[in-house]
Design a protein around this ligand. Structure first.
Ligand SMILES: N[C@@H](CCC(=O)N[C@@H](CS)C(=O)NCC(=O)O)C(=O)O
Length: 206
């Protein structure tokens, strides 16, 4: 198989499985769990020295960072989810960088302190702090969706939406963050309803 995706469905590798399904490309799923017994073993650190999943080996090209991998795969394989012009490619990069910098750290903090951490380690103040920090970026995206046909780029679902979803998805444990965001809620439902998304999330029984 030309493309190997290293990770497990219950990790950010879900983003890359979903991307591959959107693009209709075959891949080998190499199961590597995050952490000391998987991604931090020497043989995997040799491919991604950050010790994280996902990473890919694609015809000898090694790449890490889920959202960068997704943009690379879209650029390589094309189709409706890929950029159709340099301008769209730039917009997809902008929205992806925005998802990684303006949304993911805060959404992850909210998720950790509502769900992921053992209960004694959860700090409610960290949730309110994270939701306050993500409020302005969410308002930006809400307005953008309402004015641009319900998607981030090109008035259609693209890899930018998939990448943004990968970050906003962490807010599912704090629904109050999206309670007054009807355009984002509709967009999330449309993203999640895609056959490729269903196929990817089915890998983790969702
Ligand atoms: N920004 C990276 C983050 C990757 C990441 O943090 N992956 C987690 C799993 S979701 C991991 O491998 N953690 C294992 C560790 O840090 O030991 C990406 O999007 O690929």
């Amino acid at each position: 198989m030309a493309l190997k995706i290293y990770g497990i469905p219950r990790s950010r590798a879900i983003r890359t499985y979903w991307a591959a399904y959107e693009l209709g490309i075959d891949f080998e799923m190499v199961e590597v769990a995050p952490g000391p017994d998987g991604s931090r073993l020497p043989e995997f650190m040799a491919l991604n020295p950050n010790g994280h999943v996902p990473f890919i080996v694609d015809d000898g090209v090694v790449l890490w960072e889920s959202m960068a991998i997704n943009l690379y795969l879209a650029r390589k394989h094309g189709g409706a989810v890929a950029a159709s012009s340099l301008a769209e490619e730039g917009q997809m990069l902008s929205w992806t960088a925005w998802a990684l910098s303006a949304v993911e750290p805060h959404a992850a903090q909210a998720m950790y302190h509502t769900f992921m951490l053992p209960e004694p380690e959860r700090v409610p103040g960290k949730v309110s702090e994270a939701l306050a920090a993500v409020a302005a970026p969410l308002a930006v995206f809400e307005a953008h969706l309402a004015a641009h046909g319900g998607y981030a780029v090109g008035r259609r679902f693209t890899m930018a939406d998939l990448n943004i979803y990968g970050a906003i998805f962490y807010l599912r444990f704090t629904p109050q963050a999206l309670a007054d965001k009807p355009a984002i809620a509709a967009w999330m439902a449309a993203c999640r309803d895609r056959p490729a998304a269903k196929r990817a999330f089915a890998l983790r029984g969702e």
